[in-house]
Design a binder for this molecule. Sequence first.
Ligand SMILES: [Zn+2]
Length: 430
Amino acid sequence: MKKELRVFYVACLAALVSAACMVPSAKKAQKVPSGTSAVKAETATQKTTSTAPTSSAEATEQEPPAQAPAADQSAETKALKIVRVLLADNQSETKIEHSGRVYIYTQNLDKKYKVSSEGTLSVRFAGNGKVQVGTLKSDQPIIIEPAKETLLTWSGNIYSGKIFVVPAQNTFILVEHADLETYLYGVLPYEMSYSWPAEALKAQAVAARTYTLRTLETVKNKYFDLYSDVRSQMYKGGGKQYPSVKTAVDATKSQVLMYNDKLFYTYYHGNCGGGTDDVKSWNESARTIKPLSGASCAYDSHSKTYSWKQDIAHSKILNYMKTVGLTGKLKNIRITQRTKTGRVTRLAVQTNKGVKIVACNPLRLAIGLKSCKITKMQVDSSVVHFAGHGYGHGVGMCQDGANGMAKAGKTYEQILKNYYPGAKLTTLKK
Ligand SMILES: [Zn+2]
């Protein structure tokens, strides 16, 4: 593809760039969103060298070229390639800034542009199933590829991978194709504080890398592998690199956890409240494996989420109960099942219309309770007073515990061994 583009640029230079070769939207002044100082604002007077489409042929239903990973790629192969991250869906119009040269082309390469200097690209849904980037319109994905030193800024976040603008009904989605290790630069600071000790960050890097690669094994969507929010892992672009995070990711490059020679979902959470639990406590239909069967945790009591109190309005609880088929006024809540660490797995909710037993975790998420490790529950006239320990589902690595272990001088290998017992730290080969 690179060679083809080069030939193309030479052709364009030979033809002398004309006004028709410009990308008009790239010339418009655009305010840089706050927090993106790495990317300078474009000015209306910038010089733009762009090329006209190589052909006026209509885009066809051609299959994507090599950049879209096939479903049968092994995890080891993917480790060295790219992850496709959904940055946003349901978009109708947006701007993407580029700090330097970018290449813009349709997926089947029938139309290609180059913008040689910094600027802002206008991206929009153009009707009839087409998307538009600058002047380039297509009913197939349009790719914005940054040159080596170029960074792309979208919605205040900085990216170094290619961004795909993919038509989707009457909108478009934005998907970044990021190198796995670069992707992790953009995950870690939002899943764990970059100021935490190096060994905790390294443990987090291995957990996030493993989780990512395990996820890639079961991808069903045609255009992306991961969300950029809590549905997968938080991600705000690999273009902004915190030194501590970069060090942790680089020091553990290609390292993953395996159990019985297979990747597994290396779940992690904020605070386990003194001990983690079997994955079944979180999701009854999950299959227990040794690394996700629970672990002791003696290092998380320093955190403010270790012990908490929360008052939750009746209305929140009743709204959830309606979704599982129980209406009426809240009368009582009883705990009917706990794990051996004290995490509640089932509760009986009683209203004036009846009683229903529910799993704790979906209720917790719906009402915003910090965890199911509930130590106190008192139904008052309009609220329920809760007290408990921990934050999150309590399965896999306890991040506060990892922090505590690192501060106590433990290595990332020791941290991972504690929270994922029986798992083997493995370096993926090229
Ligand atoms: Zn813990």
